[in-house]
Design a protein around this ligand. Structure first.
Ligand code: SAM
Length: 343
């Protein structure tokens, strides 16, 4: 008997996955979703004119977006379809939507895509691919490959900001934090996660600790209604004194680094903690080998120095540094949450 229909379907989906991603990235970069939000019902010709592209290419891109559930097309009597955003596009693809993933998508397109085209080398060498993809040797991934150029830095910060805004509330409300007053968000980037924590917990104040290059640009991301319980301190978490806090957040920090560097950072945090203080880790946990976490681990291989880890690995790392009473919440959002108390 021949191959099963559902097997063929699955293989086709897997082989086409990269084309779907690139179609999404391209439509997002060409601002198709923003355009159709301000002017729903445009025809392909009008869209091609607005995005300054060929009619043939625009038609193919629009049809692909319809098939992927990002756009809807309506036939008119003229037989020329008119296009509008689906709810999914309206919620996540507009550049100014509250849960916009536009920033992250631009980072995927400009940075992750070229890095992934060298995945074979990443697997062979076990290292990131900034040198092959961008001609950038990376002694320190952030300082050498992301923050060397203002535009690249801002794009990276927008990417972090967009994911932190989408996941922030789920992480901030995963545990009862009523016994904590002061929080330090280690590598807290634009403060997006910090603002979610202060919004969810009126008794908390949060210090965002990040590299000077990032703190310098944090003003670009201050929410309209400025939250006075969020402040920024510039420093290097491998070298400088960490701000004192009852609770330390590590959101998407540990996955950037190999075990030796994670150990150095956790030791520094442990030294800053009294018994009863806690560390809250937000990462996608590798348990169950879900595609999002395993692919994210490949992403960390190609892009950074780290990898994703299992709950067990985090528990062991934390207990080495004197933490226990660990709880874990699978949030259903992009990041899971894990809290461990200094014993
Ligand atoms: N926590 C943020 C989030 O979840 O959106 C950002 C995560 S991003 C993957 C890693 C962050 O760590 C970046 O903001 C980066 O600037 C910061 N970082 C990297 N190395 C650092 C260092 N040595 N000292 C302080 N911050 C650092």
């Amino acid at each position: 008997s021949g191959p099963k229909k559902e097997d063929l379907q699955r293989m086709m989906e897997l082989m086409d996955g990269f084309k779907a991603s690139k179609a999404l990235f391209t439509a997002s970069k060409m601002c198709v979703f923003d355009l159709l939000q301000s002017r729903p019902g445009l025809e392909a010709e009008q869209i091609a004119q607005e995005i300054k592209a060929s009619l043939k290419g625009t038609q193919c891109l629009l049809e692909a977006c319809v098939s992927l559930g990002l756009l809807r097309s309506k036939e008119q009597t003229s037989h020329k379809p008119m296009y509008e955003n689906t709810d999914l596009a309206t919620r996540f693809l507009l550049s100014d939507a509250p849960f916009s993933l536009h920033g992250y998508i631009q980072h995927c397109n400009s940075t992750v895509w070229p890095l992934f085209s060298h995945l074979e080398s990443a697997v062979q060498e076990g290292t990131n691919q900034h040198d092959k993809a961008f001609g950038k040797k990376s002694k320190d991934m952030f300082q050498d490959t992301v923050y060397y150029d203002r535009e690249v830095k801002l794009r990276f910060m927008k990417a972090m900001h967009s994911i932190a805004k989408v996941t922030g509330k789920a992480v901030a409300t995963a545990f009862d934090l009523s016994s904590f007053k002061t929080v330090c968000d280690i590598g807290g980037c634009t403060g997006a996660m910090a603002y979610e924590f202060t919004e969810a917990h009126p008794g908390l104040s949060v210090t965002v600790f990040d590299l000077p290059a990032v703190v310098d640009m944090s003003e670009h991301f201050t929410p309209q209604h400025r939250e006075h319980r969020v402040s920024f301190v510039a420093g290097d978490f491998f070298k400088d004194d960490l701000p004192k806090a009852d609770l330390y957040i590590l959101a998407r920090i540990l996955h950037d680094w190999p075990d030796e560097k994670v150990d150095i950072l956790l030791k520094r945090i442990s030294d800053a903690c009294r018994p009863g203080c806690a560390v809250l880790i937000a990462e996608t946990m590798l348990d169950g080998l879900r595609p999002h976490s395993t692919l994210q681990s490949l992403n960390m291989l190609a892009q950074a120095e780290g990898k994703e880890r299992t709950q067990r690995q985090y528990v062991d790392m934390m207990s080495t540094h004197g933490f226990g009473d660990t709880r874990f919440v699978q949030t259903g959002n992009f990041l899971d949450a894990f809290i461990s108390i200094k014993l």
